[in-house]
Design a protein around this ligand. Sequence first.
Ligand code: ADP
Ligand code: MG
Length: 691
Amino acid sequence: MDTNQLLIENLASTSQITIRKFKSLGINTYSDLLDYFPYRYENYSLLTQIDKVQIEETVTIQGKIIEAKNQYTRSRITIQKIIVQDKTGSIEINWFNQPYLIRLFTIGETISVAGLVKQFGSKLTLEPKEYEIGAKRIHTGRIVPIYSEKKGLSSKTIREKIYAILNTTAAIVCRVAETLPKEIITFNSLIDKNKAYQQIHFPDDLEIAKRARERLAFDELFNLQLANNLIKKEWKKEKVENMFRVGTVHELSVQKFISDLPFILTRDQKKVIDEIINDLKKTVPMNRFLQGDVGSGKTVVAAVVCYLSFLNGYQSIIMAPTEILAQQHYQTFVKIFVRNGLKPFPNITLVTSSTKKNTPCTTLHHPTTPYDIIIGTHALLSQKLKFEKVGLVIIDEQHRFGVNQRAILKEKALNSHLLTMTATPIPRTVALTLYGELDLSYITEMPKGRQVIKTFLIPKEKRGVGYHWIKNQIKEKQAQVFIICPLIEESESETLKSIKAAKIEYESLKNIFSEFKVGLLHGKIKAEEKNQVMIDFKNNKINILVSTSIVEVGIDIPGATIMIIEGAERFGLAQLHQLRGRIGRSDKQSYCLLFSENMSDKTTKRLNFFCKNNLGIKLAEFDLINRGAGNIFGTEQHGFINLKIASLTDYELINKAKKAVEYFVGKYEIEDWKELNRGVEKYRGRQISRD
Ligand code: ADP
Ligand code: MG
């Protein structure tokens, strides 16, 4: 039996409740539980006789309980006092306010207690950290793993169950199988996989714990990159359903289209368009990932590519994560195509959950109507919609979509070219690791004439001055202002709580800025109303727009030049950057003011770094190093692989694993490596399937 087949239900002396809790964490097998890694350790390995303990030392003592009682104090604090004796002496140990403990402590029973030795009057006492009754030493007398406590599962329970798997069953029935070829292990000086699992949970010393972590991180990076490598290979065998022809005539038309744009494309925009056109000439479907900082002009790149698809007589589908953004893309596209005075003119339509009632797209009642460019939200995924001759699919802000959503769209548009775009600043090494199966394009250059946004961290007492300054800016320069309310819940999804906060903020700001028109935007406002607010704001009929962080993605209001971000410390830097990217979209000077209730040194340092840096990638790297990967993407991590143990900043290990993958695919077939294949399948499953 291996750990993958042993179900969590088989754990001995484990309650149904605990089993259910494990399951709710996605832990179904022994293997899953072994993959729940500790995030740190406590060192309780110093086993001491009671007469040898030293003040301020962390030790484990073991002895018999000779006294146990509850003591009540006048200040309502209860003390659980026990005395433990070994052959050298006795020591007093006190817990506080846990009266039920006393029932667990039977006189005469053996107990191990790990804790900190303290002087108390003339005596020494032990300030307990962990204890266990009986002669076992799972939680004391060793380096003890600490697990993150979720769904009401304590670190202690998790530790106990993992210990049981590794020490009762594992040794006899289910060793963790080795997955890698020997020479890869030797070449990279890795430790054996079974040992790695033993040592990451219950290390002999911290040095070996580190090596265990390295081994398991290597595996994770290896599996992920191998999966990407295999996917890419498979894709290479596929044929495009609707072949593009990109001859001289089409290239000239595209050149004309570009030169008719109201601005000159940046070098990076041109480079990316070339890369894409190159892909479109091939018989293999394009699979390109375009990363470009906020405001770098990805939409127009998308428009150019759609134009080429149109010239070939194919439909293009563009999917955006929010209604506002889809609407905006629709308007931008119509504007670009109308302005360029194209003949024939492509038929553009918008599909969102509310478009049936909306004017521009009332005609989309016949699913097979030959629209050339179809822009929409996830409403595009609806069963009823069938597409005719799709040549190109573009997914904007791709990380906002779940894997399934992307897969459905792919299915509908079988074997067409795919372009995914994101403003999420993913450092190149990270992108190569996570999305190695895709071809990457970067736009790093900003359109000409943009001024760097001036960002300031405003101390509490200057809030009034800030408001006064804004009033002047609106009066004198017709400045338009975004005010972003703090992120309330952990999740970015529009919770009732954050909407309520936005409404309160809105009411109070209406008073402060009574001479101006103040608007409100949040996720629960009806789509039509939302559109109206956006249109009014765009036309400067609204001076100040109070909003939850839904404006974060993609919105383009060139007249907005001031942004206030309340509760700035609650956002990751990459998110703040996305928000700030809503201003500074014209040649006027823009200003971003950060307000924060929490001015701890750490927050101040982070936010000051943000004030001084305007490059998304720089900010993302800062948060990646200081706060982990989750912060690049906000808390909404659809479609983003959560690495369990490897760090995306460990470039050295990423590269080692990459080299190992290259070696592996040159020499072996994955089918011959059953155990390894299982680990790799997990990542292959997440990919957009093309068959
Ligand atoms: P993002 O990459 O964040 O999606 P957008 O495509 O929304 O950015 O573009 C931001 C703004 O910059 C838009 O108003 C767009 O019209 C403008 N823009 C795009 N490319 C250029 C360019 N080469 N020169 C000047 N302005 C540009
Ligand atoms: Mg965009």
